[in-house]
Design a protein around this ligand. Sequence first.
Ligand SMILES: Nc1nc2c(ncn2[C@@H]2O[C@H](COP(=O)(O)OP(=O)(O)OP(=O)(O)O)[C@@H](O)[C@H]2O)c(=O)[nH]1
Ligand SMILES: [Mg+2]
Length: 464
Amino acid sequence: MLAEDTIAAIATPLGEGGLAVIRISGPQALAVADRCFAPAGKLSKQPSLAPTHTLHFGHVLSNGQSLDEVLLAVMRAPRTFTREDVVEITCHGGLLPAKMVLEAVLHSGARLAEPGEFTRRAFLNGRIDLAQAEAVADVIHSRTELALRAASEQLAGKLSQRINALRDQMLQILAHIEAHIDFPDEDIAPDTRDQIIARLHSGVDFMDELLRTANEGQILRRGIRAAIIGRPNAGKSSLLNQLLGHDRAIVSAIPGTTRDTIEETANIRGLPVIFIDTAGLREGSDEIELEGIRRSRQSLQRAEFILHVLDASEPLTEADRNYLAEFAEKKRILVVNKIDLPRRLDSSASALHLRSLPSSPLVEVSCLTAQGIEALKDAIKGIAWSGETKAEMLEVMINARHHDALQRGRIAALRTTEALRGGITLELAAMDLRIAVNAIGEIVGHTTTEDLLDMIFSQFCIGK
Ligand SMILES: Nc1nc2c(ncn2[C@@H]2O[C@H](COP(=O)(O)OP(=O)(O)OP(=O)(O)O)[C@@H](O)[C@H]2O)c(=O)[nH]1
Ligand SMILES: [Mg+2]
């Protein structure tokens, strides 16, 4: 089902840079390029006469005038990203040259691509499946090496292979059951039935294993949010700067320095952690600070865990105790800061009123000398990454859409086992199993809808 029109877009980020790439894909890609490209130099050819996978030096023209000196790559179908004819024009970086070259390409008969349309064509033309198409976006957006590795494995088809194997297994069972439906006299023999049920259960076990990767897959894709809270001057902004490795937030000896919430992502032991520095918690103060404190509480709600910063050089106040109690339900790490100063804080569990609580890890640091920061990073990884995912499952970490489909597949597969066990008609068992097969197939795109594709590809940028 090759598309009829030819699309084009700038494939590199908008802004100043050394080079920019304009990508053209579709049946008219070479003809479009012929109209706006003048080859220069002995070896360069008109695109439609050029062999596949060759590079040509020349000029992009507009009304006979040269817009830019470029290199033009000719890649003929089907050995291309979209499996269509593709031309990539590398021009000078900078917004204007790239825009003008794109304009010339559009004037020559291409239409502007929609977000993700190149990848969508790669999917529709069978070059990659749906899980791989999603991985393209994950690769682009990955913020740590670990996240990139997981996304690259998915792009390489690791998840798809497992999903296809699972689906095949379910299809075989379905064929088996359906064969018996066609011969109503021959009911399934009890031991064959037990075998089928056992095979269904092994499929469900595998689905469970995949489902368990969802949380951590989500963390690698979206990051995990950690709010840094504590009373004014405890060193929250200093801690943010230490964790980021650069001075992002203003630090001062004046309590109430941070007014607004500041969000930054840091790579903590391979995990993208979004730290939110907040206004110090205290009663009263001016209008701006009160708004800051309101926002602190808000970001606390949306954080997966908190870093509660305590000042080692000050005794615990009544307010500290109240805040400690107030956030006791939250997943948290207690960070005792300023241990380079003379100690005036009693951080024993009893002093902090921690007796009845599921023990929050406590880490002692100095944001001045960076002492304890590495241990804190370990503690953050410990609390963020529950270790539910086995190492060998890292390459198949599922996303929320996969989770939803697998969940439906799992329920339908379990219903099939119940139907078989309870002696309910084989037709019903087969019906449930077909639902399971379809749900599993959704993950790699065996069954899709336009809406689903729109939803997935609209999250891409233009040019991808
Ligand atoms: N000696 C020492 N001073 C520190 C340490 N961490 C922070 N400070 C100092 O404590 C003061 C307050 O630090 P901030 O990081 O601004 O504290 P904050 O919690 O963000 O304060 P607010 O934004 O006002 O709520 C500054 O003068 C820092 O230099 C530490 O580990 N040791
Ligand atoms: Mg601050």
